[in-house]
Design a protein around this ligand. Structure first.
Ligand code: CUA
Length: 328
């Protein structure tokens, strides 16, 4: 009975570990060149550790079987103490292994820190806010939020800052983490990979109540699509008769914090092209239900957000949603 209890616990432990590991599957499925280098480094450590594990367990089980208590055995087995040869072996081997790990880790740290992306790399300023991400494309004078749209097979020179507390910018499949510190600019270069794809981004530094919800997306598109996106972001926001009422609600209630032209900073996320974004509030599907839930009670969707309850009548809510949906 007891043995089964233990087996059950072991199975549960293994299942939990598997679930935890799938949580990291982004970093274990690298796409950009920087992420691939980092993955290889993880691999080196992993295989060394697996090797040690296999050898140690093999010796352990050999000893367990070879020196088990025999039926006819009485009294204590022969007592031994100290073995110089063994002690030297198990000091020297770990020393060599740790040296190998250390050399490769330090070399990679310097390589990635001094990484010089090609001249035509895109310059993007990343600014962490509680609890959203601002992106400023320096080469195009475009400010946007939450969706980092990038061309495929390109290098990005990111400079990272924070508007409030320490956050950490992390796109598991494209590059490792880098902190955004208030008052100190960090740098990081990464490659966008060779496929058009939407990558998940996370904040990786505990930064407040909604730290775990401080997600963003990296939308990697073809070069033509990227150019079209730039054009669109540069053009004035669309207006029409059908969205006039909503535009007025926006001007009265939202414009104080949210810009809808990409050339100016704003306290809250820039909303140009909002309807084409992947998410509402950075992590919920961008549909009318979540948009309405967000506008009605931001704290319920993202605890600790600076977004206030706007206080809209039912008509204003409908008009505003219609207007936001027109910002493509
Ligand atoms: Cu921002 Cu965690």
């Amino acid at each position: 009975m007891k043995r089964w209890n233990m087996m059950g616990r072991l199975a549960l432990f293994l299942a939990m570990t598997a679930i935890l590991l799938t949580g990291c599957s982004g970093a274990l499925d690298p796409r950009g060149e920087v992420a691939k280098d980092q993955y290889n480094l993880i691999g080196l450590g992993f295989y060394i550790m697996i090797g040690v594990l296999i050898i140690v367990f093999a010796i352990y089980f050999y000893v367990l079987v070879r020196f088990r208590k025999r039926k006819d055995q009485t009294g204590y087995p022969k007592q031994v103490e100290g073995n110089h040869k063994l002690e030297i072996v198990w000091t020297v081997i770990p020393f060599i292994l740790v040296t190998i790990l250390g050399v490769f880790t330090v070399a990679m740290t310097f390589k990635q820190d001094e990484l010089k992306p090609p001249e035509d790399a895109m310059n993007v300023k990343v600014i962490g806010h509680q609890f959203w991400w601002e992106f400023y494309y320096e080469d195009y004078d475009i400010r946007t939020a939450q969706d980092l749209v990038l061309p495929v097979d390109a290098w990005v020179n990111a400079t990272l800052d924070s508007a409030d507390v320490i956050h950490s910018f992390w796109i598991p499949q494209l590059a490792g983490k880098m902190d955004t510190n208030p008052g100190l600019t960090n740098k990081m270069a990464f490659h966008t990979g060779t496929e058009t794809k939407v990558y998940k981004g996370k904040c990786a530094e505990l930064c407040g109540a909604s730290h775990a919800l401080m997600d963003f997306k990296v939308v990697v598109v073809s070069n033509a699509e990227f150019q079209a996106w730039v054009e669109k972001m540069k053009s004035p926001p669309p207006t029409s008769e059908t969205t006039k009422a909503g535009e007025e609600v926006f001007a009265n209630k939202c414009l104080v914090c949210h810009a809808i032209t990409t050339d100016m900073p704003s306290a809250g996320p820039n909303l140009a092209g909002f309807a084409s974004r992947q998410t509402v509030a950075g992590y919920r599907e961008n549909n009318d239900e979540w948009l309405e839930a967000w506008l009605r009670d931001p704290q319920a969707v993202k605890p600790g957000t600076s977004m206030p309850q706007v206080g809209l009548t039912e008509q204003e809510m409908a008009d505003l949603i219609q207007y936001l949906r027109s910002l493509k």
